[in-house]
Design a protein. Structure first.
Lengths: 128, 116
């Protein structure tokens, strides 16, 4: 296990497709006509960038022992259906204590012109 | 106050896995979930947060008014569990958010939000 605090991952572009939004809205019991559900950020912000962390061999995050402990989303504005957004993930902190590893993973999402849309802050706990 | 009571099902958890792309087998495969020390499959924390955010958005008149939401995933939710999600207005434009299972235990704690 290597502490990887400060590590940043490449930008990921994601198109917010209407079918994907509608399926997500139905799955959480939201009205698909209400636009992009706020927590669709779990897909366009956290989801697309966390894959980098989970696939990072040096970070060595054991996915099967990972718990999502806390989550925050903060929006400058909510994206629109059909829009393409760009997200960049980084490891804000990586601390091991008493057999548990705490990884704080932050993602900044902007629109295609670089204007801020959303910031995601996830706390992952990996049991050893 | 806005309230929604949801009895979680395997189908709903699988639908969220498909819709979100989070196909971690702890949400889909009982044998795998048990092999990592869980009682069986559990709902995604993000599914619970998604429902809570939907209830919060309804309380304030639409999802575009949510500026920030944060939660701590405090308790596991298994198929068959019923969780009551509520959002109610507190002072200073904040919302009070709760998510309690059928035993009255909070499955989401430290839930806070800011409204535009």
């Amino acid at each position: 296990m290597a502490a990887v605090a400060g590590r940043t991952y490449p930008a990921v572009r994601f198109e917010i497709e209407p079918e994907r939004v509608a399926g997500f809205a139905r799955a959480i019991g939201a009205d698909p006509d209400d636009g992009v559900p706020p927590t669709f950020a779990a897909v366009y912000s956290l989801g697309v960038t966390a894959l980098h962390l989970f696939g990072d061999e040096e970070a060595a995050v054991d996915f099967s022992r990972l718990l999502h402990a806390e989550q925050e989303f903060e929006w400058t504005r909510h994206p629109r259906v059909g829009e393409t957004v760009v997200s960049r993930g980084r490891v804000a902190s990586d601390i091991s204590r008493r057999g548990m590893r705490f990884v704080s993973f932050e993602t900044d999402t902007t629109d295609s012109k670089g204007a801020p849309v959303c910031r995601s802050r996830a706390l992952f706990v990996i049991r050893s | 106050m806005t309230e929604r009571r949801v009895t979680f099902t395997r189908e709903q958890i699988a639908a969220y896995a498909d819709a979100s792309g989070d196909q971690n087998p702890i949400h889909l495969d009982d044998d795998f979930a048990r092999s990592v020390g869980l009682p069986g499959v559990i709902a995604h924390g993000m599914l619970q947060m998604g429902i809570l955010a939907t209830v919060a958005a309804e309380e304030v008149g639409g999802p575009s008014r949510l500026r920030r939401i944060s939660v701590r995933f405090a308790g596991m939710v298994e198929p068959g569990d019923t969780v009551t999600f509520t959002a109610s207005r507190a002072a200073d434009e904040r919302l009070e958010l709760t998510a309690l299972n059928q035993k009255g235990e909070a499955v989401l704690t430290k839930s806070t939000t800011e409204i535009a």
